[in-house]
Design a protein around this ligand. Structure first.
Ligand SMILES: [Zn+2]
Length: 304
């Protein structure tokens, strides 16, 4: 049997990747054609698909084929094929939806009735009533959780000439509250070549911009405070990549066992998250990781 090659140790041909569409504000998921054609990787061939779907209740019909819009109510829109990849577009959804009427708590003033120097909590100071609708966001995160799990280890190597940059594993427990939308994964040696070139404490503005746009689409950023809690940076050199998003110390960072080097050689490493409770937090992180893909691909293409 052929040895399984680890992306942390060497370049392994890419089987999926992410990309960020800043114009449409969405994530592009690209699955390499060999994976799409492989029976082993077809979600509709999953032997326990019914049980998998039971974990994600109330999200509508699940579409498992890569030949059409994928996932719950087809939230991953199939764009077509490009450069050997089948591309899906994941539009970042609006979660906070304006109802167009004055906020009942503050009668539309936007001010707290008891502390007029403070914004109304109910409407975040807008004076407009809004509601939160998480269904579409959960349809996306649950579709991705199933897909990422299913294609994590395809069991064969593709013919793609690009290396895999990272593996992502997500969870999505509908309305389960705390820790419902955890995320983790593995960065590859190829990605580490890029990350290790970035100095310690250096921020990645293009990653932060993607995250900010994603959050703003979902929950509407109304104050500077939220912008100031959106970070992507190298916390420790070489290549210790960290993302912070709004929440209770919410973010992704290298796992406690991460080794950035094996001897003198760079190495990819595992990453994990803290307090990822909502799809908004997870999708913001994924937006950042999608942008990071683009930055790394550009850097690596210039090196070869
Ligand atoms: Zn109000």
């Amino acid at each position: 049997m052929k040895d399984i090659r680890m992306i942390a140790d060497e370049d392994v041909p890419c089987w999926y990747e992410l990309s960020w569409d800043k114009e449409q504000i969405g994530i592009i998921l690209r699955i390499y054609q060999d994976i799409v054609k492989s029976e082993r990787c077809m979600v509709e061939k999953h032997p326990h698909l019914d049980q998998v779907l039971e974990v994600h209740p109330g999200l509508g019909e699940f579409q498992p084929s890569y030949n059409d819009d994928f996932g719950f109510e087809g939230r991953l829109l199939r764009l077509g094929e490009r450069d050997g990849f089948v591309e899906f577009f994941i539009k970042i959804p609006a979660v906070s939806i304006s109802l167009g009427v004055s906020c009942k708590s503050c009668s539309g003033t936007g001010k707290d009735l008891h502390h007029l120097d403070m914004d109304c909590h109910a409407c975040d100071g807008t004076g407009i009533e809004s509601k939160y609708d998480w269904r579409e966001a959960f349809q996306i995160t649950s579709s991705l959780a199933i897909l990422f799990q299913h294609i994590r280890y395809p069991g064969f190597e593709t013919t793609c000439l690009l290396p895999q940059l990272m593996l992502v594993a997500t969870m999505s427990r509908v309305n389960a509250g705390m820790h419902a939308c955890g995320i983790g994964g593995e960065y590859s040696l190829a990605l580490m070549r890029y990350l290790s070139e970035i100095p310690e404490n250096h921020r990645l503005p293009y990653v932060e911009e993607a995250m900010t746009k994603a959050w703003d689409r979902m929950l509407t950023i109304r104050d500077e405070l939220y912008c100031n809690r959106m970070h992507a940076y190298i916390q420790t050199s070489p290549g210790g990549f960290t993302i912070d998003v709004p929440g209770n110390a919410c973010g992704i960072y290298p796992s406690s066992s991460a080794n950035f080097k094996r001897g003198e050689q760079l190495s990819g490493y595992d990453f994990t998250c803290h307090n990822t409770d909502t799809p908004a937090q997870q999708l913001t992180m994924l937006a950042g990781l999608a942008a990071l893909h683009d930055g790394a691909r550009l850097y690596l293409s210039k090196k070869t």
